[in-house]
Design a protein around this ligand. Sequence first.
Ligand SMILES: Nc1ncnc2c1ncn2[C@@H]1O[C@H](COP(=O)(O)OP(=O)(O)OP(=O)(O)O)[C@@H](O)[C@H]1O
Ligand SMILES: [Mg+2]
Length: 260
Amino acid sequence: MDRNEAKSILPLEFRQVSFEAGGKRLIKDLSFRLEVGARTIVIGPNGAGKSLFLRLCHSLIAPSSGKIIWHGAHGYDPAPFQAMVFQRPVMLRRSVAANIGYALSLRKVPRRERPERIEEALRMTGLNRLANYSARVLSFGEQQKLALARAWVLRPQVLFLDEPTASLDPAATHDVEELINTIHQAGTRIVMTTHDLEQARRLADELLFLHRGRLLEKSAATAFFTKPENDLAQKFIAGDLLWWKRGEDNRKQISEGTTK
Ligand SMILES: Nc1ncnc2c1ncn2[C@@H]1O[C@H](COP(=O)(O)OP(=O)(O)OP(=O)(O)O)[C@@H](O)[C@H]1O
Ligand SMILES: [Mg+2]
């Protein structure tokens, strides 16, 4: 089914979601809702739990406790309506075009529809001239565009992006940000992590601030950047180093929706 043929699987709700591994609670009691429309940027220092958060959203790992609900899915599987671009995307040892085609074959898109969709994804990402190159010889920036093309070709309702520009130079970062905005304007819900504050300022409609596995703040971008409520979020914006701070504020995480 295409995005246009189905109602949105959103809103997405986390109810008291925790995730444990290696005897540690790495994600702690996350409760929030993501509605239709906005671009959500998840920020937080290294090790905050941003990648785990996206993996939970995209059902690559299951919560140890709590619930993740796609309210619009009404009993059908929400997975085919989502896509994810990983922090370190892995390219198949095939051509650029074949990498995109593979994503379509995994989703069982009919063969006759594939060439046109591959062509469109190549055009949109500016990779046309590299269509027949081996994906493994691409530069980081080109690989990241290919990762976006592989995700975009699926026409997801929701696209999860894990630090998509972390290893890119300013020009490639600019290109990727433009692509993300184009995808957003075409109606795909963006949920993206970054530790680049300037990028968050450029792209975010809504901010989630994670620290040590807790969600310490969720607010509209303007409110977040002018006056974050959480004191650690204030320090993060001010560029101060974050370290483990015992005390009230680090435990006071937001909680929304039905868990209020
Ligand atoms: N399977 C696992 N077993 C044990 N610890 C894990 C596991 N996966 C992640 N962690 C730990 O959980 C914490 C959060 O990891 P995560 O990768 O989500 O952080 P992040 O915010 O994405 O960091 P970065 O900005 O460096 O990408 C880290 O301390 C990491 O070492
Ligand atoms: Mg990460």
